[in-house]
Design a protein around this ligand. Structure first.
Ligand SMILES: Nc1ncnc2c1ncn2[C@@H]1O[C@H](COP(=O)(O)OP(=O)(O)OP(=O)(O)O)[C@@H](O)[C@H]1O
Ligand SMILES: [Mg+2]
Length: 852
């Protein structure tokens, strides 16, 4: 079957006719009609489920299915009370789960929308800034370096447009885009006139005509499969393993109970229902909800600390992060760059140097750097009218320079500005103040190098300016960067950001090592960290890194905290090297050059004003370019972890212990310790009492260190706390049978209350490694737990007790249960120091201020 020709194969006239537009774009009115017709330009989010679909999906869960089967059997055999209660339990817990999760997801979505991408679109002939969702077929969009391509379309005009298409083609090197039709190109990779949604402009500029939007784009077609391949975090993998472990134990226990009871000749139906109820009781069915709600709440709190979370699970990684790599400009400096000098070759300021640099900055159409803006600001009021541009070679982070071919009074030259040491090496001659060209001999060269070192050592940033005669030339020759004439330096200040010192100190106190990774020269970076008094050691330059194998880099990167003059792919190499050593690495940056490293890091961070590419690659966006904000975020990440662990610890110790003893006790007792319905009620009320956990406070000890999934710790906890809870269950059991000679209904009522009270109240003990009475629980958690207990008590105490198969226990029984519960809580409090890892709790008093 012949494929339909791809859109980029047609002539421009045909494409324009096809989309019904012109190269001046659409009118706002026309665009509105098209938006209505085609829908917003977004890849429909797979995870946004319809409420009913969601409900059905949850009901299809095997656990719920078991319950529904059990209910049906109960119904058929005429046990109406069981039927009603089981159905109610299913509905209640499903709805509870669903509402909580939906609310959490909606919050997270709303936060994400606040950092949505925008694009420059021609409407009614004017360039306007619009959210990318409003782009329609026929729109004309202007793109510059650092932008993401917002839809599929063709190039109308381009200037040295370099596009990274790795997302679609896997090709890591950028491709150049031009306007002429690619009539024979059948593959995306050959379509040199086409731009695709999800790719990024990393150099030059382009104007595109939009042909396809939203799900009709190439990216839209594969986005579903991309989303699902996101690899789980270490924490999520740990949870998954735990889930499987619990599942196996549950299966084993259920089979054990079923077989032994049947062998003992117990009634099969009752036994089956009881075993099913135990299975439900053993499953930590609230875990997904607790995780989502904890993360969403974490995201919400981080948003109020001015950090927007794009990928929720990155919160785990943030709590676990032990190394933070940061770029220099904007995070450690104010990024208010000003030109403070423009010395010629004699070391005195020379206007010609500033003018040539500004000409270069003025005509450069690629990525405008703050250095360019400072140069143009310096020239305000002075005209560059006489200059005409013919061609340019835009900035890239490997060459670290910009060339423009310009003409003034019929005199054509190529003006180059860029990183000083590299540019000086390309110069063979120099030009003095009078315009005379002199040889660049060793004395002059060493004088210029000395000037570079001197300024850099004072923390000043430098660019060198040079030119080359280009009479009769129309284009810049791509390999013509030699034999340049040196004219001078431009000197800039970018003041250190004083708040960075405190922020770095806070991060270091929280167990996070800071590493500075910059494209700037080593002396500049060293001066800056000196001025900020940052606790960093060692320097490695890009040149040195290029010589190192991955293995050698891995050995060096541990002790070195400063990396200077590194290229974008070296930034990524450093991140990988650190990850290879078992670190959880964060990377914060704002430029195109940072995007690959942001993507590679465990926690990719960017700032609000960063280029689209960097923001897209990031997991979190700081609304203020300030590391202090991040320190708050780290605390949130760790709190989220701490609260999820509370739920897991509760489940693996008390809840599990209760169900286990019940299974075992059922073999000795002449009757079931609880009916199936009572087990389910017990489980439902326990679940209810837990929904406040995501709100809980975390101790400063929980926030002081990075921590990840700790399976041995969990096993140790369970090995200590599980038997303890069983011990008290057995005591209850013995006392009820031997001392009180309790009847069936009274026994069940007493056991129910004892098991509920121990399960629910122990949260106040194990929520903290400190003495329970010192660490204050959050009010929401306190209320949900106590409400759960109150409901449980009301079931056995109030007149409807009989309906649930209970009879009201005697005062003596109540008193004994009270004592047992108290004894259990006190011994848990005493034993927990062995069960919970004893972190140095008060060694970081500064962290206390993160508590809420
Ligand atoms: N517009 C420009 N024109 C010429 N040279 C430039 C320009 N922008 C940057 N350079 C050169 O490229 C080098 C690397 O760029 P830049 O400093 O932006 O990298 P970076 O890794 O983002 O650094 P930082 O850590 O400061 O954010 C600069 O030090 C400078 O020498
Ligand atoms: Mg930068």
């Amino acid at each position: 079957m012949a494929k339909a020709p791809a859109f980029w194969q047609a002539s421009l006239a045909d494409i324009l006719a096809h989309v019904g537009s012109t190269s001046d774009g659409l009118s706002a009115a026309d665009a509105a009609i098209r938006l209505e017709r085609d829908g917003p330009n977004e890849i429909a989010q797979a995870q946004r489920r319809h409420l009913v679909a969601d409900l059905l999906r949850r009901l299809a869960n095997p656990l719920v299915a078991i319950l529904l089967v059990a209910a049906t059997i109960a119904g058929i055999t005429g046990d109406l009370a069981s039927f009603t209660i089981i159905v109610l339990v299913v509905l209640l817990s499903t709805v509870l789960d669903m509402v909580q999760e939906h609310r959490a997801e909606a919050t997270a979505e709303a936060l994400k929308r606040s950092i949505a991408l925008r694009a420059t679109v021609l409407r009614d002939g004017d360039a306007v800034d619009l959210p990318v969702q409003e782009i329609v077929a026929g729109d004309v969009v202007r793109l510059v370096a650092g932008d993401l391509v917002p839809a599929d379309g063709v190039v109308l005009a381009a200037n040295a447009a370099q596009v990274n298409e790795a997302m679609l083609t896997g090709e890591p090197y950028p491709v150049e885009k031009r306007a002429d039709p690619a009539a024979t190109a059948t593959e995306i990779a050959e379509a040199h006139n086409a731009l695709f949604h999800g790719t990024s402009v990393i150099g030059g500029t382009a104007t595109m005509l939009v042909v396809e939007t939203g799900r009709h784009t190439r990216f839209g077609a594969i986005a579903g499969s991309l989303a699902s391949t996101q690899s789980p975090t270490a924490f999520e993998r740990g949870i998954h393993k735990l889930g499987i472990l619990i599942l196996r134990m549950t299966l084993f226990l259920v089979l054990f109970v079923l077989l032994t009871h049947l062998a003992l000749g117990r009634p099969p139906l009752e036994t089956f229902l009881f075993a099913m109820a135990l299975a439900v009781g053993l499953t930590p069915e609230l875990l997904p909800m607790i995780m989502t709600v904890s993360l969403a709440r974490g995201a919400q709190r981080m948003a109020s600390a001015r950090v927007v979370v794009k990928r929720l699970s990155a919160i785990h990684d943030l709590g676990q992060m032990d190394i933070l790599c940061t770029d220099k400009t904007g995070t450690l400096t104010e990024a208010t760059i000003a030109l403070v000098g423009h010395p010629g070759i004699d070391g005195e300021d020379d206007e010609r140097v500033a003018e040539l640099a500004a000409v270069n900055a003025r005509f450069e159409t690629g990525l405008k750097s703050p250095l360019d803006e400072a140069l143009l600001l310096h020239m305000t009021g002075r005209s560059l009218e006489g200059w005409r541009k013919l061609d340019e070679r835009p900035f890239d982070f490997e060459r670290r320079r910009v060339s423009v071919l310009v003409e003034e009074d019929g005199n054509r030259i190529e003006v180059v500005k860029g990183a000083p040491e590299a540019l000086l090496a390309l110069c063979t001659r120099a030009q003095d103040r009078e315009g005379t060209i002199v040889p660049l001999d060793d004395t002059l060269r060493s004088r210029l190098t000395a000037l570079q070192l001197d300024r850099a050592a004072n923390g000043l940033r430098l660019l060198a300016v040079a030119w080359k005669a280009a009479a009769g030339q129309e284009r810049i020759e791509s390999d013509g960067d030699d034999d340049l004439v040196f004219v001078g330096h431009c000197v800039f200040v970018d003041p250190p950001k004083p708040s960075a010192t405190a922020a770095v100190a806070r991060l270091e106190a929280a167990g996070i090592r800071i590493k500075v990774i910059s494209g700037d020269a080593a002396p500049v970076v060293e001066h800056l960290v000196g001025a900020l008094e940052l606790p960093v050691e060692g320097v490695l330059t890009g040149e040195e890194i290029a010589e190192l194998s991955d293995q050698a880099l891995s050995a060096r990167c541990e002790d070195v905290d400063l990396f200077a003059r590194v290229s974008p792919d070296q930034k990524t190499r450093i991140v990988h090297a650190l990850q290879g050593r078992g670190h959880t690495v964060g990377f914060i940056g704002d430029g195109i050059n940072d995007a690959p490293a942001i993507h590679a890091a465990d926690v990719g961070l960017s700032v609000e004003g960063a280029t689209d590419v960097a923001r897209e690659a990031a997991d979190m966006i700081l609304l203020a370019p300030d590391l202090g904000v991040l320190a708050d975020g780290v605390a949130e990440g760790r709190r989220t972890y701490a609260n999820i662990m509370k739920y897991i610890r509760m489940g693996t110790s008390s809840n599990f212990g209760n169900m286990l003893t019940m299974a075992v006790a059922s073999l000795w007792l002449p009757f079931l310790p609880l009916t199936a319905v009572q087990v389910l009620l017990n489980n439902l009320i326990y679940d209810l009492s837990q929904i406040g956990i995501p709100f809980d406070n975390a101790d400063s000890g929980d926030l002081a260190h990075p921590h990840g999934w700790d399976m041995p710790g969990l096993v140790r906890f369970t090995a200590i706390m599980g038997p303890l809870s069983s011990l008290f269950d057995i005591a209850t059991f013995l006392l009820l049978m031997q001392l009180f000679h309790a009847g069936v209904a009274e026994f069940r009522a007493a056991w129910f209350i004892e098991s509920m009270a121990t399960q629910i109240l122990v949260v106040f003990v194990i929520r903290t490694a400190r003495p329970a009475w010192i660490s204050r629980p959050h009010i929401v958690m306190t209320i949900t737990a106590l409400t759960g207990l109150a409901i449980a008590t009301s079931l056995v105490l109030l007149p409807w007790a009989g309906f649930f198969g209970f009879s009201i226990p005697s005062g003596g029984v109540f008193a004994v249960i009270g004592l047992l519960v108290l004894g259990y809580l006190v011994s848990s409090e005493m034993l927990k120091r062995f069960a919970l890892r004893s972190d140095p709790i008060d060694s970081h008093p500064t962290l206390d201020k993160f508590r809420v």
